[in-house]
Write a protein that binds this ligand. Structure first.
Ligand SMILES: O=c1ccn([C@@H]2O[C@H](COP(=O)(O)O)[C@@H](O)[C@H]2O)c(=O)[nH]1
Length: 245
């Protein structure tokens, strides 16, 4: 079943972030949490371990969110997206603020790469505004005068216009983005914090149950599970919370 079709709230819609620096550490997490079906490979792991970690996760029939957050000129975005397209991953991030032309270039190049390799193309999702940035930093650091809601809705709509499958947003914006972008647009939400987990550097958070209720398609969770004293118990508690919501 593809990511868009699966609307049931369950652990299959919770992506766990493999924020570790070695191939061996990543595989140790996959072995430790066998119930997790969808893993996020981010910059730290991909730069350290390379495509081998993607190949191993595919071998184990895990779904893969390759969170590379591509952000460049259209020609460079296209080259990178074409290369990722060949991997057969499920989701790939680009930054929405790269602009419409770059998003369109990445989208068509990812399909071209997948076609060359004979694999299913990744669904491209555009980062709207990093969940570590609050309204004060949006104005002060980025000099954006729009509200977080308006800014993220604009970038999500740009992604939709470019033909992307969805956006990355905080769960706090999920309801607004869902109403702007429609039922089939993927909303992938990091910045998720159960009541029992520390927020750390995340600024715009909701609990997992609140995030799904707001319209999230998928949640991305790292430290609430991986930094817990008992990660297996933390995963089970989180899944139980969303299943009963
Ligand atoms: O806006 C964004 C985009 C991506 N992320 C990624 O999600 C996980 C969250 O990890 P936690 O430990 O649960 O905070 C992490 O890999 C980020 O790179 C994000 O947090 N916000």
């Amino acid at each position: 079943m593809g990511p868009i079709e699966d609307k049931t709230v369950s652990g299959d819609r919770v992506i766990v972030a493999l924020d570790v620096s070695t191939y061996e550490a990543a595989i140790a997490w996959v072995d430790r949490l066998p119930e997790v079906s969808f893993w996020k490979v981010g910059l730290e792991l991909f730069i350290s371990a390379g495509p081998a970690i993607v190949q191993e996760l595919k071998q184990r029939q895990k779904r893969i969110f390759l969170d590379l957050k591509l952000h460049d000129i259209p020609n460079t975005m296209a080259g990178a997206a074409r290369a990722v397209g060949r991997y057969g991953v499920d989701l790939l991030t680009v930054h929405g603020s790269a602009g419409l032309t770059a998003l369109e270039a990445a989208q068509s190049a990812a399909i071209a790469g997948a076609t060359e390799a004979g694999v299913t193309p990744p669904q491209l999702i555009a980062v709207t505004l990093l969940t570590s940035i609050g309204p004060d930093r949006l104005a002060a650091d980025l000099q954006v005068s729009a509200s977080v809601a308006d800014y993220t809705a604009h970038l999500a709509q740009l992604a939709k216009m470019a033909g992307l499958a969805g956006a990355v947003c905080s769960p706090q914006e999920a309801t607004t983005l869902r109403s702007h972008c429609g039922a089939d647009f993927l909303l992938v939400c990091p910045g998720v914090r159960p009541a029992w987990a520390a927020s750390g550097d995340q600024q715009r958070t909701l609990t997992p149950a609140e995030a799904f209720a707001a319209g999230a398609s998928y949640l991305v969770v790292g430290r609430p599970v991986t930094a817990a004293a008992d990660p297996v118990a933390a995963w089970e508690r989180l899944v139980a919370e969303v299943a009963s919501s």
